[in-house]
Design a protein around this ligand. Structure first.
Ligand code: C2E
Ligand code: CA
Ligand code: CA
Ligand code: CA
Length: 266
């Protein structure tokens, strides 16, 4: 659907280049809509950060996120993304778009900060975004980790009313029993399963099992990386709640994403 914006990956940037880009305000939040199968409408969007590099062009997250994580710059970048995403969703609400959820990816280092939840509460206060409109995405390995600070911070987020979802579900080797104690509301099936689901019986079996398991635990299920009509049809048949992928919409800047949103009153 539509043509992809010119986006490319280059070799990993240096820490200095990344810090420089941050200081110069070269990072731009992109948004990828989430499609609600039952209601046949957009339910919100996931924020995916891009680096608008002056000479290299638009750089994808996976090129620089690992460098940001290893260097600790993810704390500054992550705080910027959270604030920008909350501001954007609040702006969309004020412009009369249907009330949606804004999802933001959170790294291990961020959520292990003792003041993570205070910072988050301040962002919600400053922007005016209601907590249930914000969803944090944590990878499976991180979300189901058994460290006191992580468990405390997740419960404090839950107490504030913020939603939590487990990203890349199925790729980690966590104990499923931990899912019961983790205050999450949603699982995102990793796109590797979605990609091969229509051709590989094992990937289909895993996808089906995650949907069943999630529903039995009262969790909503998102499938990411949906690229074809066949994948979409199968996921809908299997009862998947939310779809995300190039088939529905590509990640794009705020303006492009806004134009996709039906029911706008502006
Ligand atoms: P993720 O959270 O698993 O995000 C999904 C990735 O799949 C995104 O890559 C997205 O652009 C891509 N994608 C979406 N639909 C499709 C599809 O239909 N087919 C295919 N092949 N790919 C699709 P992206 O934007 O390069 O992000 C890569 C990873 O970087 C993300 O994986 C996430 O873990 C991380 N990331 C992105 N933004 C942030 C951020 O603000 N903070 C943190 N901590 N991590 C971020
Ligand atoms: Ca994600
Ligand atoms: Ca994912
Ligand atoms: Ca991923």
């Amino acid at each position: 659907m539509g043509t992809a914006p010119a986006t490319h990956s280059l070799t990993a940037p240096t820490v200095n280049a990344l810090a420089d880009g941050l200081n110069k305000g070269e990072f731009v939040p992109f948004y990828q809509p989430l499609w609600d199968v039952q209601h046949q409408c957009w339910e919100g969007a996931e924020t995916l950060i891009r680096w608008q590099h002056p000479t290299e062009g638009l750089i994808q997250s996976d090129t620089f996120i690992p460098v940001a994580e290893q260097s600790g710059l993810i704390l500054e970048l992550g705080a910027f993304v959270l604030r920008a995403a909350c501001q954007q969703m609040m702006h969309w609400r004020q412009r009369g778009l249907p009330e949606g959820i804004i999802a933001v990816n959170v790294s291990a280092l961020q959520i292990h900060q003792p003041d993570f939840v205070e910072d988050l509460a301040r962002i919600l206060r400053d922007t005016g975004l209601p907590a249930p409109a914000l969803e944090l995405e944590l990878t499976e390995t991180l979300a189901l980790e058994d460290t006191p600070i992580l468990i405390e911070n997740l419960h404090r987020c839950q107490a504030l009313g913020i939603r939590l979802s487990i990203d890349d579900f199925g790729t980690g080797s966590s104990s499923l029993a931990r899912l019961q104690c983790c205050p999450v509301t949603r699982l995102k099936i990793d796109k590797t399963f979605v990609t091969h689901m229509t051709t590989e019986p094992k990937d289909r079996a895993i996808t089906e099992s995650v949907i069943t398991l999630g529903h039995n635990l009262n969790l909503s299920i998102v499938a990411e990386g949906v690229e074809t009509a066949t994948q979409q049809q199968l996921l809908e048949k299997l009862g998947c709640d939310v779809l995300q992928g190039y088939r529905l919409a590509r990640p794009a800047d705020a303006e492009t994403t806004e134009a996709l949103w039906p029911g706008r009153s502006v």
